[in-house]
Design a protein around this ligand. Structure first.
Ligand code: AHR
Length: 318
């Protein structure tokens, strides 16, 4: 009898073991990052890695070097490795349907971070966490409208450094900015080109804008701080004063932008918060536990003009 009870207890324990292990096993996340193109991205990657560690999540992290094909490869490898959840920041908006259907078929939930996608079926991802890029573009333009109101009648020629072609922030920041400036016909975008969100390309494109001498450039609108910082170099090399001869507006709010504002070379930066790691890890836990989550989670962000840069700089976390 005792032998029988002991055998049954052992059998019950053996049957319960896999379920116990599954409960105790740390959650595994496969994350595909856009690249390392900007100060913002570096802060974003660091936030994700630190938050995963803090949350006890095993993170498989791949840098796609700004290439969609690398992201597709990474996602497929996460599917093959049977991770618990896939998260990624899509370099461009379109072209994700096939790989996301593969993840769905494998039963692996997908979370979008930072950048959104355009897909035929929204159920291909569970949730999105990031910024409202259209609103960021609007905020940049509102700042300019207020400044322009101080010199009524004066025409302002704007050049625009766009982010990566086809990316959500480039599309949305352009859209939001244009939507607001159209209320003042004196504000015109005279040139617009991609600087790929990098300092080097931002400098190169600004140089080419400056070489075309047919129209005076009054304002630079850069879709991120890194391109603005590259452009500042080009403006100085052309013998002009950035922040004075050319008003400069950019987006992100990284430390480098605050330093440039403090030095009087950048006029305003619109904040885009890269510190998404802690919220992403909590979301991943909720999604894997099948708790209900919002389809779109956006973060609150501010606008920092040069006048507050010196005071704000010590408080900046990225
Ligand atoms: O997707 C967010 C954007 O990507 C940031 O504004 C930019 O700096 C980054 O490269």
């Amino acid at each position: 009898m005792i032998k029988l009870i002991a055998r049954r207890t052992l059998l019950a324990a053996a049957l319960a073991l896999p379920a116990f292990c599954a409960l105790a096993a740390p959650l595994t996340m496969g994350f595909s990052q856009v690249g390392a193109e900007s100060e913002w991205r570096t802060a974003n990657s660091a936030s994700i890695k630190a938050a995963a560690k803090e949350a006890g999540i095993t993170l498989k992290f791949a840098d796609a070097q700004q290439k969609q094909e690398n992201q597709v490869k990474a996602i497929r490898s996460y599917i093959a490795q049977k991770v618990d959840v896939i998260a990624f920041s899509p370099v461009v908006e379109s072209g994700w349907d096939t790989v996301l259907k593969e993840a769905q078929k494998a039963g692996i939930p997908v979370i979008l971070t930072d950048r959104a996608v355009k897909v035929s079926d929204p159920s291909l991802y569970v949730t999105f966490i990031g910024s409202d890029f259209v609103e960021e573009g609007r905020k940049a333009a509102r700042w300019l409208l207020e400044r322009a109101a101080k010199t009524p009648g004066a025409a302002l020629n704007i050049v625009e450094l766009q982010g990566t072609v086809g990316s959500a922030p480039a599309i949305d920041r352009k859209k939001g900015f244009e939507e607001v400036i159209k209320s003042n016909p004196k504000l015109q975008i005279i040139r617009s080109q991609s600087g790929e969100f990098t300092r080097a390309k931002g400098k190169e494109v600004m140089e080419s804008f400056l070489k075309q001498r047919d129209k005076k450039i009054d304002v630079l609108y850069a879709h991120n701080d890194d391109m603005a910082i590259g452009a500042i170099q080009a403006i100085e090399e052309a013998g002009l004063k950035p922040g004075q001869d050319i008003v400069i507006i950019s987006i992100d709010g990284v430390r480098g932008a605050f330093e440039a504002m403090k030095a009087g070379k950048l006029n305003v930066t619109v904040e885009c918060n890269p510190l998404l790691g802690p919220q992403l890890m909590q979301l991943a836990k909720d999604v894997v536990a099948k708790k209900p989550v919002e389809k779109r989670i956006t973060v609150n962000e501010g606008v920092f003009p040069a006048e507050v840069a010196a005071k704000e700089l010590p408080n900046r976390k990225y």
